[in-house]
Write a protein that binds this ligand. Sequence first.
Ligand SMILES: CC(=O)N[C@H]1[C@@H](OP(=O)(O)OP(=O)(O)OC[C@H]2O[C@@H](n3ccc(=O)[nH]c3=O)[C@H](O)[C@@H]2O)O[C@H](CO)[C@@H](O)[C@@H]1O[C@H](C)C(=O)N[C@@H](C)C(=O)N[C@H](CCC(=O)O)C(=O)O
Ligand SMILES: Nc1ncnc2c1ncn2[C@@H]1O[C@H](COP(=O)(O)OP(=O)(O)OP(=O)(O)O)[C@@H](O)[C@H]1O
Length: 590
Amino acid sequence: MSAAASGLSVAAQDRVFRPEGVIGATVEALVAELASTGYDPLVTPVGRTAGEIRLTGAAMDPKAVGHGDLFVAISGARAHGADYVMTALDAGAAAVLTDVAGAEKVRERVGYRIPVIEVSRVREAAGPSAALIYGNTATSGPALFGVTGTNGKTTTTYFLRSLLDTLLRPHQRATGMIGTIEIASGDATIPSKMTTPEAVQLHSLMALFREADVAAAAMEVSSHAISYERTSGLFYAVAGFTNLTQDHLDLHGSMEEYFAAKAALFARRRTRSSVVIVDDPWGWRMAEVATGHVVTLATAETPDPAADWSVTDVAPHLLGSAFTLRNRHTGESIRSRTGLPGRFNVANAALAAVMVLTADESTALGVSREEIIAALEQADPFTISVPGRMQVIGTAPAAIVDFAHNPDAMIRTLEAAASTSTGKTILVIGAAGERDSAKRPAMGAIAVRMADHVIISDDDPHGEDPAQIRAGLLEGAREALAAEDLDTTLEEISPRLDAISRAVEVAEPEDTIILAGRGHEVHQDFAGTKHPIDDRVELARALRRRGFPTADDAPQTDPDPQTDLDPQTDPAPNTPDHHRLSTAEGGDKS
Ligand SMILES: CC(=O)N[C@H]1[C@@H](OP(=O)(O)OP(=O)(O)OC[C@H]2O[C@@H](n3ccc(=O)[nH]c3=O)[C@H](O)[C@@H]2O)O[C@H](CO)[C@@H](O)[C@@H]1O[C@H](C)C(=O)N[C@@H](C)C(=O)N[C@H](CCC(=O)O)C(=O)O
Ligand SMILES: Nc1ncnc2c1ncn2[C@@H]1O[C@H](COP(=O)(O)OP(=O)(O)OP(=O)(O)O)[C@@H](O)[C@H]1O
């Protein structure tokens, strides 16, 4: 089943993408579990048999509640979930887990019609509660591979799943994936709302995976998810770290706190093994604070010889690169490749490879080391297309849609363009509103330093004035232009559709066009109104208009250019566009 095709709302898809044979737990058992793990629960029972009520699911969004669910009502930034208890009750909620304020609200709204379990740390208690209901333990499976880091999570997760699939398919075992773009259990998929879902959904997915005989799953773990306790009660076979650079400082405050949030994933109680890229000091620090089995990986051009694994002999291979993985201790040497452009994709592929090689030592994946090496060397698991990640839309000029929306990702992407382009690099860039505004001038400066023609346009303004966001980027760009004697062409063009047309208009066949920042996204959010626009579709259309060739798998376009963007306040539920959807709930890519 593809719930994505079913036309259901996103919350409804969460509700149907559930395991069927959940034995569940009684309210009494849940209260005992929470008491024994230090949550000090207070229960408001409804009659003498309340403890016997069996909970067979859990949900945090009242619209995702199903019959027999524990409704977890949290106090959010804008509302308290308990304000919506009536919706949950109508949908069949069997008990509520909430805090003291929530318990009061439940009493006010529905009296004593439903048992209420009151704890002080609801988000933290949600994980173990859902784990008990869905029967998840540290060893219940599937083998989980978690990836965190500022950039590269989505790509590495796709690489991991592709490698796991190559290994497990011959054994008739399925794989799963949880991340920014989609959630997949074998062949069934639903679009994602968040990079890392709430704990209640994660635990439901683990049970669903087991029902679908999913032996291993790859998942992205955002720093938000760690800070908001979404991964509570989950246990990873291997956790991987890509890198740490400036982003999300509006949530974490400082790089130190951002680092600390990520570091929590690499604790022994969360993961059996950790694989850490140590190309910079943050990586080495992560390897130092990680507890349990820690494996280090160096992927830089001059790899740190102290790392356990290193990447060497990187050479061009089609649009991507071939590379060798060497183990310092065993002398093992594995030649593999990735079809995705950019040196950073070698790092992502190497991380996926070493995570699976590491799991082989500690987890019963059921495949031999020889099979893993054969897959890496011969099956090309990293030559896949990842939606909106260095996605090649045109060939002459090279025309790429990428998700780079922070300074480091921009540098990496523009470096990749410079290394393959013989002509000029034309960049379209914007920045999201209401998110980490400190990074805008830095992004503007990087743009004019590294591209030849920069078009500053809009990303998702959210509630902010788009002109003010562009001004932040322009400020950094103009300062760099003035101070560094650059001869970059700088333009400001809004709306984005015009910026895309302009980029193609000024391009020659030997040039490279990069549309950065929006990747797979298909709507722009202007103050809560969704304007449909897909960079991949619009770029393909503009290229065809000028008679330029498009890549074999570029989106097909109709002959009429998309012009007026229809305001759409309730986006299509099946768009692979969590940022736009999640914006309606208060968050997105920042
Ligand atoms: C900033 C943040 O993380 N916000 C999360 C937070 O929202 P909030 O505090 O604003 O909650 P709220 O809107 O006040 O609602 C509280 C409760 O009332 C319920 N409610 C609320 C309003 C309503 O009309 N009806 C209703 O039922 C909500 O379902 C919720 O249970 O709690 C909500 C419920 O769990 C989350 O869904 C929401 O994540 C939103 C979707 C989000 O987008 N967060 C972003 C920042 C995020 O987590 N991003 C990372 C990736 C970042 C990256 O790497 O790019 C991610 O993992 O996705
Ligand atoms: N290893 C890497 N190092 C630096 N930049 C990278 C790396 N991998 C990808 N990027 C850049 O970051 C962008 C986002 O990549 P990806 O979606 O894989 O990362 P992510 O961590 O999931 O991002 P987000 O958290 O914003 O969803 C890419 O489009 C590319 O420009």
